[in-house]
Design a protein around this ligand. Structure first.
Ligand code: SAM
Length: 246
């Protein structure tokens, strides 16, 4: 199925942000766009359905992480509130060595992602659940009682899921000691309001990258874990909303 506007156009768009796109990667993005738009007719996944916008606002925006942050070979990465796979699936297309885990609280989105990854022959782990439950390893104690998800990822990323304080409580518990949390944010979002939460959860902001995607301003917040997240976090979703960390 041909969906995007051709390899040369896509290569030019990726090049603007310093990425080299291969024909194989283009083929995967093209299939991804086609399947996304078709599936979106019946299941609400995205408001963006115009091919050039999918390329820019979903695919290239997801890959921006690779422009600013060094992700070592074979790193583990969990995408919290991944929706239709952003940013982790485009990252995996550009960097097949990264081991991705896709987490979302809506099962219909997880089912879409399972089908998508089968079509694209992409290896991924899928988790249907709320981040605040999974990060406590309430459901997943494993065969030997060992923790499977908590503080077990080199990278934790999220795009368009929650404000900085709430998002930090959902994401920081998954980050390994000395690992990374990457929050992708819009221009009007207040990062300062999340600083206390980040500190409480064991993180420190390493850098805030500001960039433009087309004409739109975006921010990428890079947090490093400098101490373990206290076991009382994350709290239940009710508590998090009622009494945000700061
Ligand atoms: N990250 C995707 C993107 O940038 O297109 C999806 C963003 S969508 C606005 C937010 C997603 O987060 C939804 O798919 C929703 O189901 C999921 N979500 C919200 N709260 C969550 C939670 N506590 N745990 C897991 N997923 C959650």
């Amino acid at each position: 199925m041909l969906m995007l506007s051709g390899f040369e156009y896509a290569r030019g768009e990726f090049e603007k942000y310093g990425f080299e796109l291969t024909e194989k990667q283009y083929g995967l993005f093209d299939k991804y766009a086609g399947f996304l738009v078709k599936y979106n007719e019946n299941v609400n996944l995205t408001a963006i359905t115009e091919p050039d916008e999918i390329l820019s606002k979903h695919f290239i925006d997801s890959c921006i992480i690779l422009k600013y942050i060094d992700i070592p070979q074979n790193s583990t990465l969990i995408d919290v509130g991944t929706g239709a796979g952003f940013p982790s699936v485009p990252l995996k297309i550009m960097r097949p060595d990264i081991k991705i885990t896709l987490l979302d609280s809506l099962n219909k989105r997880i089912v879409f992602l399972q089908k998508l990854c089968e079509i694209l022959c992409i290896d991924a782990e899928f988790i249907h659940g709320r981040a605040e439950d999974i990060a406590k390893d309430l459901k997943y104690k494993g065969d030997f009682g060992c923790v499977k998800y908590r503080e077990n990822f080199d990278f934790v990323c999220a795009r368009a899921v929650a404000n900085m304080s709430l998002l930090s409580e959902l994401c920081m518990p998954f980050v390994k000691y000395a690992g990374n949390f990457i929050a992708m944010k819009g221009p009007s979002e207040d990062i300062n309001s999340g600083r206390l939460a980040i500190r409480t959860l064991g993180g420190a902001i390493s850098k805030i990258y500001e960039y433009k995607l087309g004409g739109d301003a975006r921010k990428l917040v890079h947090v490093i874990k400098i101490s373990h997240t206290p076991t009382r976090y994350p709290r239940s979703s009710g508590q998090i909303k009622k009494k945000p960390l700061g």
